[in-house]
Design a protein around this ligand. Structure first.
Ligand code: FAD
Length: 405
């Protein structure tokens, strides 16, 4: 059977694209290389799935392409309109976590999110074929007359008028995403931005070369001493994770990939303003160690004070230079990172299809009629907080709505 639209990949973006194409009246088939739809939705948000942010701005996103182009795509569907789609069309109630600016399903079940999107697609007659790995793509001779899709192991190509590439990035390859879609586009001559892991833990040494794995706290972590907001930080066996680390890990991965300068990360271990600590180090009662332990986890305080001869001195008796050193240790600690945990642990992929290569009103690739892209394969990712799914829903909808029928 020939379909009007073939979607490559049954992730968040591909399922959304299929829904909106089918709502236009198109016959739609999704070819998915694994045996399950929405694997990443199922594992997202600690299996709670942070579906959307409550608010967004362009500052929540990172791209090497033009941010004006990104703005145009986001203008096509506001966060509020997308949230209403979940409520009204998908019948999935969302609950807001005000303090973190995030929407989760009321049930706190990522499976409910996956099922809501999947069932909507199926109810519209979308056909999903599993274990179908797309390995080739060819535009038919006369321009505008469609595409041949080569599937691994199949004798005949699948023919269609529109192809939507929603094959994701390279993050967590065990879920089916190994950059296969990137290869398909490269073979058609699309110039891609270099890819790199993003939202991935960093490796390195814990303070004092101690093993602090398991300690979690709220810090502010900044690059080059800029101000940062307070967020979670976690010591892992390999070094550092938590939202504060993941959100700026791409600067490290870009450096390691040769795409940017080496970032220097500074941690304020309590996230309080420097003045608060200045006063505390002047007025504090007890020893240096006891004051630090009042405000920091014991093991971290001990590790920070390794090799400091004044750690058991009364805080009121500290010399000016020791007080200065201590202030830096607590509010401006230089994180000793060496590398990162790569795509294996990355929540998303940076780089990919440049926005300049796309018609931002439709998500169609320029000069390639009938070929659309959406989701993580595009050179856009957001920080932790539902921003990446928002991108998948917005770009998927725009691609699906724009197919030629
Ligand atoms: C652990 C984890 C937690 C996350 N939590 C959140 C969260 O709470 N909130 C948030 O906003 N974001 C979260 N993310 C990010 C979010 O999951 C992604 O941004 C989103 O899933 C990207 O959707 P996508 O449809 O573009 O790609 P994917 O979901 O990766 O889907 C791509 C699909 O294409 C298929 N495919 C690949 N190649 C081929 C091929 N050649 N032929 C056929 N099919 C192919 C794959 O098998 C896959 O099913 C998380 C990510 C991870 C890894």
């Amino acid at each position: 059977m020939m379909y009007d639209v073939v979607v490559a990949g049954a992730g968040a973006a591909g399922l959304t694209a299929a829904i909106f194409a089918a709502e236009k009246g198109a016959s739609v088939c999704i070819l998915e290389r694994t045996d399950k739809p929405g694997k990443k939705i199922l594992m997202s948000g600690g299996t709670r799935c942070n579906v959307l942010p409550v608010r967004m701005s362009l500052d929540d996103y990172y791209t090497d392409s033009s941010t004006n182009l990104l703005k145009r795509i986001f203008r096509s569907w506001s966060v509020d309109a997308c949230k209403s789609w979940f409520d009204s069309d998908l019948k999935l109630s969302l609950a807001c976590e005000i303090e973190s600016n995030k929407w989760f399903p009321v049930s706190n079940s990522a499976k409910d999110v996956r099922d809501a999107v999947l069932n909507k697609a199926l109810s519209l007659g979308v056909v999903i074929r599993y274990n179908q790995s797309i390995i080739g793509l060819q535009q038919l001779e006369s321009e505008g007359s469609g595409w041949d899709i080569m599937v691994d192991g199949a004798r005949e190509p699948v023919k269609t008028q529109n192809v939507i590439i929603a094959t994701g990035g390279l993050s967590v390859p065990t879920t089916g995403t190994d950059g296969g879609g990137h290869k398909l586009l490269k073979s058609l001559g699309v110039a891609l931005k270099p890819t790199y892991p993003a939202l991935t833990p960093l490796t390195g040494s814990h303070p004092g070369a101690e093993n602090l794995a398991g300690i979690s706290l709220t810090v502010s972590l900044s690059q080059e001493k800029q101000n940062a907001k307070r967020e979670g930080f976690l010591f892992t066996h390999k070094a550092f994770s938590g939202p504060s680390v993941l959100d700026i890990s791409h600067l490290a991965t870009r450096f390691v990939t040769g795409l940017g300068p080496k970032p220097e990360y500074h941690v304020n271990w309590t996230g309080e303003p420097e003045d608060v600590w200045k006063q505390r180090l002047l007025d504090g009662k007890g020893t240096v160690k006891s004051v630090l332990k009042e405000h920091l986890p014991n093991r971290l305080a001990d590790a920070l004070l390794i090799g400091k001869p004044y750690s058991d001195h009364k805080i009121a008796e500290l010399s000016k230079s020791n007080r200065q050193e201590l202030l830096k240790l607590v509010t401006e600690f230089r994180l000793d990172w060496s590398s990162h945990e790569g795509y294996k642990k990355a929540e998303v992929t940076g780089g990919g299809v440049p926005l300049e290569a796309i018609n931002t009103a439709t998500m169609e690739l320029k000069n390639m009629p009938g070929l659309f892209v959406c989701g993580e394969i595009v050179d856009v990712f957001g920080r932790i907080g539902g921003f990446n799914f928002y991108w998948a829903w917005v770009s998927g909808r725009l691609a699906g709505k724009s197919v030629n029928t």
